[in-house]
Write a protein that binds this ligand. Structure first.
Ligand SMILES: *Cc1c(COP(=O)(O)O)cnc(C)c1O
Length: 382
């Protein structure tokens, strides 16, 4: 079955006259029938913190979409990445992290793991098989993200896998959303998503998913979640499951809109470079074509060198693009970012300001019209 069909039919109750979607099961206390079932060793469930039927339905859906064995849900995308790290990190161990990792992950590595005796080394996202030279006996995890946050480098995951032997590889798969990219089939051991983004799809929920290719790693991560007291709301799990039903349709629209806006921006004199893996001008376009089946609606541009007043006027004159963090909802966003502030293994030398766009589901003519107007106003200010 294709993903589109699966996502419509998965996690549906099959017990006679039931609703299309599983209902929200809330609860902390699980009541046991008797003493014997309370002391039994093989209790299926015993406390709401470990999840309710709503969580189980979502976990099954995510495992099916990502092509993995086991899923752990966490309170946010950031907590999902951090929890995966904690499952492997011990004093004296070493973790290789892509230099283009989501910046709060870098803060966790530098501000939490390093002070506790874990070695963190950042690597060039274009390293591919060259990662072999960085691997040490104490390396326990390689963390990738493709495309990279803010700057959209595509990683050669199969080459990294071939060089990494049996070291687990985790990947932040939020951009491909498990639909356009299947990293567990390309060598990753763990695929992590911020379901806050496309899976939820409506900018109204926080949730993270960790999907493991094999059950052993899945158990290690689930155990870490239990030790840390991780719990998520069944209402949020329900909202994400509902979002999954329309994920393919939304993503295809984000793809069409994103490519259209990226091509339009590439023609603008105010723009120096468009960083969108789906454009032939992107340096890793061929890798993207090999490993991805589509592009979502998030990309960046580098403006021609201009004054800060120009950037400010451009952003302040946008009426349809919100200025705010996160992405993956139905609405368009545009924010300025400074990649050089969150890199250590590679240099970022672009002269102009970087702007990151999330293209929503508004009509493309309105989106280009709004930008054309803002560019014009910014030029008259600067
Ligand atoms: C937003 C984001 C996260 C963090 O997700 P939250 O749910 O906001 O914690 C992690 N990775 C990437 C690539 C993101 O864009």
């Amino acid at each position: 079955m294709k993903d589109d069909t699966k996502l419509c039919h998965m996690a549906r109750p099959h017990d006679g006259l039931s609703m299309v979607n599983p209902s929200v099961e809330r609860g902390s206390t699980v009541l046991f029938a008797d003493y014997e079932s309370f002391v039994a060793r093989n209790r299926q469930r015993y406390y709401g913190r470990h999840g309710t039927d709503t969580h189980t339905a979502l976990k099954e859906a995510v495992a099916d979409l990502e092509g993995g064995e086991a899923v752990t849900l966490t309170s946010s995308g950031l907590s999902a990445v951090n929890l995966a790290f904690l499952a492997f990190a011990e004093p004296g161990t070493d973790i290789l992290v892509t230099d283009t990792t989501y910046d709060p992950v870098r803060s966790f590595c530098d501000g939490f793991l390093k002070p506790r005796g874990v070695s963190i080394r950042y690597y060039d996202p274009l390293i591919g098989g060259g990662i072999e030279d960085l691997i040490r006996p104490e390396t326990v995890l390689i963390h990738t993200e493709s495309p990279g946050s803010l700057t959209f480098e595509i990683q050669d995951l199969p080459a990294i896998r071939a060089a990494a032997g049996d070291i687990p590889i985790s990947i932040d798969n939020t951009w491909g959303a498990g639909y356009f990219y299947k990293p567990l089939n390309l060598g990753a051991s763990i695929s992590i998503q911020s379901a806050t983004k496309y899976m939820g799809g409506h900018s109204d929920v926080f949730l993270g998913t960790i999907c493991s290719k094999d059950a052993t790693i899945g158990q290690k991560i689930a155990r870490t979640a239990t030790l840390l007291g991780n719990a998520t709301s069944p209402d949020d799990a329900y909202a994400v499951l509902r979002g999954l039903r329309t994920l393919p349709t939304r993503l295809r629209e984000h793809e069409t809109q994103g490519l259209a806006l990226a091509e339009w921006l590439e023609q603008r004199p105010e723009v120096a470079t468009v960083l969108h893996p789906g454009l032939p001008s992107h340096p890793q376009h061929d890798l993207w074509k090999r490993d991805f089946t589509g592009a979502s609606g998030l990309f960046s541009v580098i403006l021609q060198p201009q004054s800060e007043a120009f950037t400010a006027a451009l952003i302040n004159n946008l009426k349809l693009y919100g200025l705010g963090y996160s992405w993956g909802g139905f609405e368009s966003l545009c924010l300025p970012a400074w990649p050089e502030r969150s890199r250590s293994a590679t240099d970022w030398n672009a002269q102009g300001q970087l702007l990151r766009f999330h293209v929503g589901l508004e009509a493309i003519e309105d989106l280009t019209g709004d930008l054309a107007n803002a560019f014009e106003r910014a030029s008259s200010v600067a």
